[in-house]
Design a protein around this ligand. Structure first.
Ligand code: ADP
Length: 470
């Protein structure tokens, strides 16, 4: 079986969030399970590019609208990620440092997809399945089936995985000219709400659709940023598969980013050493419970509620606890948190930006990880936290609901709450501070969480069943 994953992110090549983690891990574990799984992504100018060895695999010209462009496919030579990795270079569009956030993103990802389909249509064989991730690869199933030049791919099965339905890649109809000669009678497959919607097009055209947790699959039928009725109509080809975590990357006994390693047996001392390191770095007291938040500072993550909630928590509990926030996103939230930290310098610290190394240090050091998300398709942070013996405090939604059992319920090891508001967050902090005092219970929860198996090995089987079904 040969599967081609097409994505905008893949750790450690290019990562902005969970999509990168998944595409960096799933293909690796698929290869270990005997599936020939390859990854194709744009050739951004990230450090990985300059620290790896490459060969040119293919070079050709394709059209986007009236513009003929040249693309080059390079392949990583040593298979160092555990799968064949291909990068697509298109001068002027993909040769940039950042993954997203440019005014011409629609054009960049359309050109990327055209190049990938053009390239695959020139292979001397066909893959078993083409696996598209999120809207950045959403036009691919349509192009394989309905562009005149790629008809040799029209019977190749396709899978779409929705990692986040909030972002759909909307394009005005004027941009339909960018898509290579296509069957105009199929216009309805591209359209949703009077614009070209790549995510909707993929939901309509893919042979199967997966989401990254069973609960998120159910939620999308009621809350999918405008796609609810489409998802409900296509529900028979949709399935929710919970993400795994890469135990080779996220392992507190071997993690390259940590100087103090620990296992289930040494969790108390190990976490305390990591906490001391982080507290020394930030000027915090390591005797107090440490709460962290790691993630994009956006509405989906309810980051806008954090400044108010932490303000009340500090007013209520004084400096009984410490808080470290790592993330970037909406400027108003960044400013709100930064001001809060300035006003409460003894117990609140904010690091604005993306910092892979610090994130690992925080998972290892923290006692509690706060995730009040309004929307959380799967959520990986809570899984990493658990692996590092850190109690997750989560809002009951999506994958958080599928992976965290409240400590008040039988066998529970986390803290769950219902609303993404100040009251619920402050109330949860109160519960956390209480359990922090109960060292026996805390140790029991840490040991329990660290032993939960969220490995990709079992998830790979669920994806194999999807491929088998198509
Ligand atoms: P998302 O919706 O952002 O994809 P996930 O929980 O699925 O959320 O995955 C988030 C991933 O991104 C995790 O690996 C997390 O550690 C990482 N991450 C998020 N923000 C940052 C940051 N500012 N610095 C380092 N890592 C981050």
């Amino acid at each position: 079986m040969e599967v081609v994953h097409i994505s905008a992110e893949c750790y450690p090549v290019a990562k902005a969030g969970g999509l990168g983690d998944v595409v960096g891990a799933l293909p690796k574990y698929q290869n270990k399970a005997g599936i020939t799984s390859k990854v194709v992504l744009p050739m951004y100018r990230t450090p990985f590019l300059y620290t790896s060895d490459w060969v040119v695999d293919y070079k050709a010209k394709a059209y986007m609208g009236g513009w003929e462009f040249e693309y080059t496919i390079i392949k990583e030579v040593s298979n160092k990620l555990g799968f064949d990795l291909y990068l697509v270079d298109i001068a002027g569009l993909l040769d940039r440092q950042k993954i997203y956030g440019y005014a011409d993103d629609a054009k960049r990802f359309t050109a990327f997809q055209i190049a990938v389909v053009h390239w695959m249509s020139h292979w001397n064989h066909q893959p078993t399945a083409v696996h598209c991730h999120d809207y950045h690869a959403g036009l691919i199933p349509f192009m394989m089936q309905h562009c005149y030049d790629y008809q040799n791919l029209k019977d190749v099965p396709t899978v779409l995985t929705i990692h986040n339905a909030q972002y759909q890649g909307w394009m005005p109809w004027a941009q339909s000219l960018l898509i290579p000669r296509w069957d105009l009678s199929k216009k309805g497959l591209l359209d949703w709400g009077d614009s070209i919607n790549p995510l909707a097009a993929a939901i309509k055209c893919a042979s199967k659709v997966t989401t990254v947790s069973p609960s998120y699959m159910q939620e999308l039928m009621h809350n999918a940023n405008g796609l609810e009725t489409l998802i409900a109509a296509e529900k028979n080809k949709c399935v929710g598969i919970l993400n795994g975590i890469d135990h080779e990357v996220w392992n507190p006994s071997t993690d390259n980013y940590l100087t103090e390693h620990f296992s289930v047996k040494t969790v108390t001392a190990g976490k305390q050493k990591n906490k001391q390191n982080i507290c020394d770095q930030f000027g915090l007291d390591a005797a107090k419970p440490l709460f962290v938040f790691i993630g994009r500072l956006v509405g989906e993550k309810a980051a806008d509620v954090l400044p108010g909630a932490l303000h009340i928590a500090v007013q209520t509990y004084g400096a009984k606890a410490s808080y470290v926030i790592l993330g970037s996103g909406e400027p108003a939230v960044e400013a709100g948190l930064t001001n809060l930290a300035l006003a409460n310098n003894n117990c609140i610290k904010v690091s604005v930006g993306y910092n892979e190394s610090l994130s690992h240090g925080l998972y290892a050091a923290a006692d509690f990880l706060l995730m009040p998300s309004r929307v959380e398709p799967c959520g990986l942070n809570q899984l990493y936290a658990m692996r590092y013996g850190t109690v997750p405090m989560v809002r009951s939604t999506g994958g958080l609901q599928d992976t965290v059992i409240d400590m008040g319920d039988e066998g529970g090891y986390g803290i769950r709450f219902t609303h993404a508001n100040e009251t619920d967050i402050v109330q949860s902090i109160r519960r956390a501070v209480e359990v922090f005092e109960n060292k026996k219970h805390l140790l029991w929860m840490r040991e329990r969480m660290m032993q939960i198996n969220h490995s990709w090995e079992q998830t790979v089987q669920s994806y194999t069943r999807v491929y088998d079904s198509i």
